[in-house]
Every structure is written in structure tokens, then in C-alpha cells.
Design a protein around this ligand. Sequence first.
Ligand code: C5P
Length: 222
Amino acid sequence: AKAGPLAGRRVLVTSGPTHEPIDPVRYLANRSSGRQGHAIAAAAAAAGAQVTLVSGPVAIPDPPGVAVVRVETARAMLAAVEAALPADLAIFAAAVGDWRPAAEQGSKIKKDGSEPQPLRLVENPDILATVARMQEGRPRLVVGFAAETDAVLDHARAKLARKGCDLLVANDVSPAGGVMGGAANTVHLLARDGAVETWPTLAKDEVGRRLVARFAQILDAG
Ligand code: C5P
């Protein structure tokens, strides 16, 4: 068995964007790189945990010592998360597409000179909320992320309550900050009792290590 502050713990991490197919060659996606989620998975493995990383399509390498399950869509991510449970700690760092096209066209949509068809969207399952509200087998510590561009703390507080998770990591992803796709991150850690920690701007790898150290403390205390 491995040593470290998360030795003997099972950890689940989601990371990256999702791709929601429109037709066989097109999809809806977002600018998530997967860097923060992958850094957390790597740090959890280095801390001795048995880690499953459920990742959307990313261009970065698999973290060492982690079991990686690759998915494309939000629905596939939810199924992979459910299959990876139980876990002691679950961290939902993926930028899951909120919506998907209502129907995936079986063949490439053609440009035929007429008015383009509107793209009808339907809501994706909320993976974090689904796990946070599980009646049986809920991980002891469920952590959500909030990528916000304004009123970061206000939106994050509301999100923590709405999702039913235990902790929320909020980051400011306004374009000027370069967080989305970048190597650094400025995070706020919010707890259900109202406590807020604001951390200095740090490399995503360091944010991953510090988050993992905090999660280990909380699991040990509880
Ligand atoms: O509601 P919003 O997308 O801003 O919430 C972000 C948090 O919820 C993140 O932890 C993200 O991984 C999670 N989430 C999810 N499934 C969704 C949407 C968001 O797990 N469909």
C-alpha cells in the first residue's frame, strides 16, 4: 500500500470539457484545458490515494499513477462517475456542457442554400448535484468548482447551496485573468459553514497539491 496523507482513500476526479455532438463531424464544447483537474488527480495519487480520473477530451498527458477513463459527453461522464464509485472524496473539476443538441444528426448536416436550421438544445444532467444528493453511497467529501466571471464569491455561495456539495472551489475565469487554459489559478475555498479562504495566485499544480492537503485534513478530522 502507498503512504501519504490520502493513503487508503479512494478519490474520484472529473476534468476537462465535454463534447456534445451536433452531427458526426461537429460538436459543442468549451475552453477547459483539464489542467486544474488533472493536477488535482496527480496530487491525490502522489498523496497515496487510489485515484480514478474521468476526463473529457483534453490535449494534456494522463497524470502518473491514476486510472483514467476517457469520455466525450456529459451523459457518458455521469455513467463513468457512477461506475467509478464508491469513493471517499469526489472532486468535480470538469467543465461539463450545460446543454447538448436535442438530437444528434446521423449524417453531416448539409449547407443547401436555404435558411440554416436553428440548433435546439436540451439540458445535460448535473453530475455534481447528482452525486452530492445521493441517498446511498455518497462520498464523504464532495467538492464542486465554480468558474465565474463576475461577483465570484456571491455566485459561488449560491452554487454551494444549490449543488449540495460540501466544499466549493471558486475561480475567476474572466478572459483578462488567463485562467482558462493557463498555468496559474487564483481560488477561493468556500465551506458550508460560510468560511471562505482566498489563496494567492499559484501554479495549477501547486493549487492541486494544496487542495489535496486540505481535503486530507478534512477527511482526517471528520
Ligand atoms: O453550474 P455550474 O456548471 O457552474 O457548476 C459547476 C460545478 O458543477 C463544477 O464542479 C462542475 O464540474 C459541476 N457540473 C457537473 N455537471 C454539470 C454541470 C456542472 O458536474 N452538468
